[in-house]
Design a protein around this ligand. Structure first.
Ligand code: DHB
Ligand code: MG
Length: 219
């Protein structure tokens, strides 16, 4: 009963405040047809990314892990015409699909997909830094290192957002038998919580409160 009511409220918020346009729907269809991972953020999270980008007038956005290109479309739509989204993607074949989805959404002029392991690509982004917003949604074991780079590539006022930082409540405290992905997320939550240059909160805003964003603002 309560669950059903929650879902109805969330659906109404999504429809009123975060409707999906053709570009977003097309990206999801292309991801499905191309066999890309269909584990994208939800529309309310997409709109939240835009709200954060608007809050600090983001002009340069970095995404670590492109997945279906869905979050990238939400992010790029928050940019001014001369703004730029750089999205890092490990899989060359996925990158092709994502580039096409960005182009279909009318965002070819302000988006760039770079292919490779993020840890190899991140050092090459120092000339383009600082980024105003950094969205982390790649392999979970790598999150602590991605955070280090995100801070390095940021400025005071930059916002660092990471997906999947709730994971059913399993990523707040360490346990002896956790796998590398879980350990990476536990470490990420700990580092962001304790970091002297970050103001951080976790929002359980996905999958019925079982997952969600870690949001950190750089001081
Ligand atoms: C997985 C990864 C994600 O980024 C996500 O949002 C959901 C699931 C996964 O690797 O299983
Ligand atoms: Mg994710």
């Amino acid at each position: 009963q309560q669950t059903q009511k929650r879902h109805a409220i969330e659906d109404e918020i999504a429809q009123l405040f975060a409707p999906e346009d053709d570009g977003l729907r097309h990206a999801l269809q292309a991801a499905k047809e191309g066999g890309l991972p269909e584990i994208q953020i939800n529309p309310i999270q997409g709109k939240l990314l835009q709200v954060f980008a608007a809050a600090n007038q983001s002009r340069k956005i970095l995404e670590i892990g492109s997945l279906a290109g869905y979050s990238g479309i939400w992010l790029a739509r928050a940019l001014p015409a001369d703004g730029r989204l750089i999205s890092l993607e490990l899989e060359p074949r996925h990158a092709e699909v994502i580039r096409a989805s960005f182009a279909h959404a009318g965002l070819a002029d302000r988006t760039e997909v770079r292919v490779g392991n993020a840890l190899d690509l991140l050092p090459g982004l120092q000339a383009a830094a600082p980024f105003d917003l950094i969205f982390i949604d790649a392999d979970k074991a790598g999150y602590p290192q991605y955070l280090e780079w995100a801070i390095k590539l940021s400025r005071p006022g930059s916002i660092i957002i990471a997906d999947n930082c709730v994971r059913d409540g399993r990523v707040f405290t360490a346990s002896p038998d956790m796998d590398a992905d879980t350990a990476g997320l536990v470490k990420y939550n700990q580092l962001t919580r304790e970091h002297p240059r970050l103001t951080t909160i976790v929002l359980a805003n996905d999958n019925d409160y079982t997952d969600g964003f870690n949001v950190a603002v750089v001081k």
